[in-house]
Design a protein around this ligand. Sequence first.
Ligand code: PBG
Length: 328
Amino acid sequence: MSRFPVTRMRRLRENATVRRMLTEVAIEPRHLVLPVFVCPGEGVSSEIASMPGVRHWSVDRLPEIVEPAAEAGVKAFLFFGLPTYKDEDGSSAFDPEQPVQRALRFLRGRYPEFFLIADTCMCEYTSHGHCGHLRGDGSVDNDATLALLARAAVSQAQAGAHMVAPSDMMDGRVGALRSALDGAGLQSVGIMSYAAKLASAFYGPFRDAAGSSPKFGDRRGYQLPPANPREIVRDALMDVDEGADMLIVKPAGPCLDIAARLRERTELPMAGYMVSGEYMMLKCAVSSGALDGERAMLEYHLSIRRAGCDLVITYYAAELARLLSEMN
Ligand code: PBG
């Protein structure tokens, strides 16, 4: 047993050099993934009202966001799209001429060292804003949705995505995507599944940014119940069995316990997604003067790594990477 006064923990803390030598968890630019919202049109770069500091980009102006990020060491991007049209079954999700597919083709050709991830879901593309095919009673039809998601994933992979990231929370989507990708000869395209995606209030600003709020009801029929840690872990482990290559836990901060539990149950790489509401929480606290922005940003992201996440998906990716490089 370590007992005071023989043991004094402060011996390891009082000197700045030994503190630095003993740092257990590191966060570096290579751990970060930057989400990017791609919109139709040309010459567009407009700030998103619900997420100050984050912008909608048309394909031609993407270099202005990805190049500075890459210079800071962030070379992985997660794409969301604002389509030119929406319908009942979200067919713009698998239209090769829509913004995400165009962005993937453009970037894959131009920046071969990037790692491109496409968010695969229906809610940005359906007229009703739910994440799949609706039955007459307004509920989402799981198995009919799998076919739509598979078409979207294949279309994104054909456009140049290295990985697809299903965020819909239908049962069986990872298996369905794996066989659709393999069937289309896309065996090398990976699946980064939103394995533990909670029905969360923290997606609010994103839904304004992506125009993906459900027109009626909510997503509790498919996203996971925040009060049920065992159910969340069970659901996430199904994605492992179905062949996911990486897992995502989200929203990251409120799910640190889930990340830590999953870290004990699987060897798969894992990402924590610091979502739009967490980004805004920190932004607002900093702009009100309540928090030191740099220190709070560092500590928040470090906590996600400490919980067991290899990667952090974050709107702060470029800013944080710049700060980390300055500190070195
Ligand atoms: C699409 C999707 C959402 C987010 C990522 N993919 C929104 C939702 O499920 O309502 C949230 C990301 C964020 O809040 O930053 N289903």
